[in-house]
Unconditional design. Structure first.
Length: 360
């Protein structure tokens, strides 16, 4: 329904210009495998038949940057700030598996973007937001787990989308830490990658498909353990300003790849809770960057304000009390209106990283 959330214009932010990446269903050709420390721009073109993703990993599959939902025939740019070290690049045709990996060496030194006082203030503001959301995530997941272990199916169903709201708001940060994200939020297809199907969506299936959680206690316990680990790691993480910019876009990609389609919460159909949470998280990242964006590109800020308001208006039509209508009650016309609003927001938000990466 969303064609990769639009294509980016060519950038020349990094020394030597963008690093081209030619992705197909069976290859991932990265033009340069050595780069200088600082900000790099990868220009990814999908020449395959499958939707793809591109990642830059630090050791331990720690995600430094990613761009998802690149539809066949489209191109996307990814800005990433990298200190000296050894990394891996990866294309993921079909958006599954470990991807087609390659080595990337970063050498030398460069002043971090946070040497700019305004960008440092932006990251500190966003990290306060992450801290507030992770605290609520741990609290609500604890309540959810107790309801599951108590066998309270109705109570657990009611708490499921509420607990997930706090997860979905900070998902780009949560995705940094290797296998923790698929353990907490992986859908049933994770078994194709050699992982165990657990976390929120396994319990979701128990609640809505089998209607019984009598065997779900150990899964719920592991979910809470993993959430507590994410909370600790996320609060300790020092983010780059580009991670805020990329995260704002990644949350729209999350909407595109799972929420609009109904694929994310396929058993409960509570996708609009997640949709709204993704938009909240994207707004929070942009809000933290707002002083920098207003100084560097005030017209872009006005456009973002307009398009965020349009998304809110389109989504607001599907309010149901304190929550949201179920995805399977929406018509194709409803979904198209939401899709069009997200596409319109995705285009200007894709420009934020380039603005952030510019030297003041």
């Amino acid at each position: 329904m969303l064609a990769g959330c639009g294509a980016d214009e060519p950038e020349t932010t990094a020394a030597g210009g963008p690093i081209t990446v030619k992705a197909t269903d069976s290859s991932c050709e990265v033009a340069r495998t050595t780069v200088d420390a600082g900000t790099s721009v990868f220009a990814i073109t999908n020449g395959g038949q499958k939707v793809t993703e591109f990642y830059v990993y630090a050791p331990g599959d720690r995600v430094m940057a990613e761009v998802e939902n690149i539809a066949p025939g489209l191109s996307r740019n990814l800005h990433v700030e990298l200190p000296a070290g050894s990394y891996e690049t990866a294309c993921k045709p079909g958006m599954i598996g470990k991807g087609i990996r390659g080595q990337l060496t970063v050498s030398g030194s460069a002043a971090p973007l946070t040497d700019d006082a305004a960008l440092l203030a932006a990251t500190e503001s966003y990290q306060r937001y992450v801290k507030s959301q992770t605290a609520a995530l741990e609290t609500k997941t604890t309540e959810f787990v107790k309801l599951v272990k108590d066998g309270d199916v109705a109570g657990a169903k009611a708490m499921f989308p509420i607990a997930r709201t706090y997860w979905e708001r900070i998902e780009p940060v949560a995705e940094i830490f290797g296998d923790l994200d698929p353990r907490i939020d992986g859908r049933e297809e994770v078994t194709e990658e050699g992982l165990k199907f657990g976390g929120f969506h396994r319990i979701e299936k128990d609640l809505w498909v089998t209607g019984s959680v009598k065997d779900s206690g150990p899964i719920a316990d592991q979910l809470l353990t993993d959430v507590k680990e994410i909370v600790q790691k996320a609060n300790a993480e020092k983010l780059s300003p580009l991670q805020l910019a990329n995260g704002a876009k990644a949350l729209l990609d999350e909407v595109a790849s799972g929420k609009i389609t109904g694929e994310e919460d396929r058993y409960s159909h509570t996708d609009l809770w997640d949709f709204n949470a993704n938009i909240d998280g994207s707004k929070a990242a942009i809000a933290s960057l707002r002083p920098v964006l207003e100084e560097r590109d005030a017209a872009l800020v006005k456009t973002l304000d307009t398009e965020f308001a349009n998304v809110d208006a389109a989504l607001g039509k599907h309010r149901d009390g304190d929550g949201w209508k179920l995805h399977n009650t929406l018509t194709q016309a409803d979904l198209k209106e939401l899709s069009d609003a997200i596409n319109a927001l995705a285009e200007p938000i894709s420009k934020v990283a380039a603005v952030v990466a510019k030297q003041a």
